[in-house]
Each structure stands twice: as structure tokens, then as C-alpha cells.
Design a protein around this ligand. Structure first.
Ligand SMILES: Nc1ncnc2c1ncn2[C@@H]1O[C@H](COP(=O)(O)OP(=O)(O)OP(=O)(O)O)[C@@H](O)[C@H]1O
Ligand SMILES: [Mg+2]
Length: 378
């Protein structure tokens, strides 16, 4: 086994190589074509559908590797412009490390205002640190970063994952500021990806916002069922195992084809199927129960920590699946909730904590395994 082999071919986090990646051929082509045509792209889907994976997969395409320098920045954990700049710089450093010291040093020199410090670890690998307080003039730092990107020998592609996060920064002019820099960077391409269709939609489709109509949008749907079945059966067969088509179909129907849930169940089924054996649809329920059971302590802890009203609301939403209007009088009566206004504030709390998500079909429990546990337990 070499470094690029996975111990289980059904990945449940990250990206390794095209070998473990199912389909997305059309989406990959579309993304690459937009980049080649000089368009910035917005990538939107429900949670866990495969946005981050798709970006990494695109970065692995031969034409992209040959013609561009690529950067992937996941800003989910950032809370301010300051965090954003630090993370952006760190991500660029990480990427440049693999291109050699010269590129890295060039970047470090160009972001002087952030005073990066470089040190060598035990095996002589450079490690970069920033003194947290060092972003004294964020506008200058942003300017330096963009100057570097725009002067790169090969054009750069910068993917900013979880882009909706910038709307939570205390700085109110973030969108306008970034938009200005992006407009001044015709050689650098941007991919903005995010899971909140609501927030991302507002940012890119509302005429009042700086990013309005500035990108092409790609909505990522579930991988087609037939493609997933082929992918799974091939992997099993390559490893001298078998899985029936109706087994994959059953998982697909249970989880609406959402990639992460598919992968999670398949990962377990794969490890439970011995070489020479066949995995059949009866095992799916067992696998799902296993996964739910292995998380039961986390789930009960979650419930224990939630205020009473939020707990009741979460159970009600889990029981109904997709809820169009959790503050309607019908829903309140059906689940014996207190009032529309308390339902409203409970819902708000649950959205904030990401126990509940919202898309065009309504409100739903964020995690489908958690949803299953809630249904079975209450
Ligand atoms: N085409 C694919 N084939 C196989 N596995 C995939 C594919 N796309 C994504 N995955 C796997 O599915 C899981 C979820 O994918 P990913 O993290 O890309 O989704 P996401 O939309 O970015 O999720 P989030 O909303 O949580 O950011 C990961 O474990 C990833 O390895
Ligand atoms: Mg992601």
C-alpha cells in the first residue's frame, strides 16, 4: 500500500484521488470550463453533498495542474477579517511549500505587513507562524496578498470554501472590499463555495449586494443513482467482494443520495463484507443502526444541553422530516408546542447551532443519523 491508497476505499472525509471519487464528470467539466473562460464560480449545495470534494477533484485535473497554481481556503472556523487574512496566508504558505522554498520565500517577502516567522522543524521542513496580533493593518495585508496572487507566473485559482461565513464577521464592508479586489484581479480566478443556499443566494443574486451577478453559479445535486451503483460495485469487485445493486439503491433512497451518508454507510458495509462474500440489502438497516448507536452518547449530550423549548422543537422537526412551516398553528398543535413566538425563537436557536438546516423544501434536522436517533428515542 502506498501513501495515496486508502485503507477503506469509501472515504468519509477529505479527498485522496480520482480513484475514490464517484462521477461528477459534468460538474467537473463545467467548473473547469468556467475557469478557463475567465469566470469566477459560485458552488452551492445542501450540506455534505460534495462541494469541497468537487473543488479538490478539479484541482487534480491535468489541465488545471498544468496551467494554474491552486489554493484551497476553508474559512468555516474564521470569525473576523483578521482570521480570514491569517488563514488565507497560511493556506497559501502550505500550498507553496510543495512548490519549493523560492516560491514560499517570495510570498513571505510580499506579505511583510503580517510579519510572518519561518522556522525549520526537526527534518528541515519550514513551518510558518504569524503572531496573532500582527495584522495591524488589514487593508494593507489584503493588498499584499492580492498583489502576490496577481503577479504569479501561472494564474492562480483561489477556492474559498464556506464563503457564507464572511457575512458573520463584525466588519460590515467585507463583501464590498473583497469584491473590489477581485474585480481588480482579472488573472486570478475565484471559486466561492457554501452550503447555505439562503445566504449564498442572497449574496450573489440580490441586486443590492456587492457580489451580485459577478459569478456563474453551479448547484450541486445528488450523484445519479445509476452512477453511484456502478462506482460502488466496481470498488467491491476490485477488492474481490460483491454488493448487490439493490443494496446501494436502498442506501441511496434512505439518504436521498447525499454523498456523505452514502459514503458513511458504504464504508461500514465494505469493512463488514469479507473477501469472496456478497453484501445484500438486509445489511443496510443493521449498518445504519450501528452508526446511530455509535453516536448515541453525543446525541444524548446534545439533547441534554439544549434548552427545553429547543429540544421539543428539534424532536418535532425530526419526526416530521421536512417541515415547511414550523411556526404554523397546525405544527404547534400537532406537537404540543407552546406558541408561535416561542417556536420562532426555538427555531432560530436551532438554526444558529446548526442542529437544523433550511433549504427550498423547508426545515430539517442537520444530521440524518441524529434525526434517526431522535425519531427512535422520543
Ligand atoms: N464524488 C464523490 N465520490 C465519493 N465520495 C465523495 C464524493 N464527493 C464527496 N465525497 C465524500 O463525501 C463526503 C462529503 O463531501 P464534501 O466534504 O466534499 O461535502 P461538502 O458539500 O463540502 O460538505 P459540507 O457541507 O459539510 O462542507 C466526504 O467524505 C467526501 O470524501
Ligand atoms: Mg465542504
Amino acid at each position: 500500500m502506498n501513501m495515496t491508497d486508502a485503507s477503506n476505499p469509501f472515504l468519509i472525509s477529505g479527498y485522496i484521488s480520482p480513484k475514490y471519487f464517484c462521477d461528477r464528470e459534468d460538474e467537473t467539466k463545467k467548473l473547469v470550463k468556467n475557469i478557463d473562460n475567465g469566470n469566477n464560480v459560485t458552488l452551492i449545495s445542501t450540506r455534505r453533498m460534495g462541494k469541497s470534494g468537487l473543488i479538490k477533484h478539479c484541482f487534480e485535473q491535468r489541465s488545471i495542474k498544468k496551467n494554474y497554481t491552486t489554493f484551497f481556503v476553508d474559512i468555516y472556523a474564521t470569525k473576523s477579517f483578521n482570521d480570514f487574512l491569517l488563514l488565507m496566508s497560511k493556506s497559501i504558505c502550505e500550498e507553496l511549500k510543495s512548490s519549493g522554498r523560492k516560491m514560499l520565500d517570495g510570498f513571505l517577502l510580499s506579505i511583510k505587513s503580517m510579519r510572518p516567522e519561518i522556522s525549520l522543524d526537526a527534518v528541515g521542513k519550514p513551518s510558518i507562524s504569524f503572531n496573532m496580533g500582527n495584522v495591524t493593518n488589514p487593508d494593507t495585508s489584503l493588498d499584499e496578498i492580492f498583489k502576490f496572487l496577481n503577479s504569479s507566473a501561472k494564474p492562480c485559482i483561489v477556492a474559498i470554501d464556506e464563503f457564507q461565513q464572511i457575512t458573520n464577521y463584525p466588519q460590515t464592508n467585507m463583501e464590498a472590499l473583497l469584491r473590489t479586489y477581485i474585480q481588480k484581479s482579472p488573472l486570478t480566478r475565484f471559486i466561492f463555495s457554501g452550503s447555505s443556499r439562503h445566504i449564498m443566494g442572497e449574496m450573489f443574486n440580490s441586486a443590492k449586494r456587492p457580489f451580485f451577478a459577478s459569478t456563474s453559479t453551479i448547484y450541486l445535486d445528488a450523484i445519479p443513482k445509476q452512477k453511484y451503483i456502478e462506482f460502488v460495485q466496481n470498488i467491491f469487485e476490485e477488492n474481490r467482494k460483491k454488493i448487490t445493486a439493490d443494496t446501494v439503491e436502498k442506501i441511496y433512497d434512505l439518504f436521498e443520495g447525499i454523498t456523505w451518508y452514502m459514503q458513511k454507510v458504504l464504508n461500514l458495509l465494505y469493512s463488514e463484507t469479507a473477501k469472496g462474500k456478497v453484501c445484500r440489502h438486509e445489511t443496510v438497516d443493521f449498518a445504519v443502526r450501528e452508526i446511530v448507536a455509535s453516536n448515541r452518547y453525543v446525541y444524548s449530550e446534545n439533547m441534554f444541553r439544549l434548552p427545553d423549548k429547543q429540544g421539543k422543537m428539534l424532536i418535532a422537526i425530526a419526526k416530521d422530516g421536512n417541515v415547511v412551516s414550523p411556526t404554523s398553528s397546525d405544527f404547534i398543535r400537532k406537537h404540543a408546542l407552546v406558541s408561535a413566538s416561542s417556536a420562532q425563537s426555538a427555531l432560530y436557536g436551532l438554526l444558529e447551532k446548526e442542529f437544523v438546516t433550511r433549504d427550498e423544501r423547508g426545515y430539517r434536522t442537520y444530521d440524518m443519523f441524529f434525526e434517526r436517533w431522535l425519531k427512535d428515542t422520543f
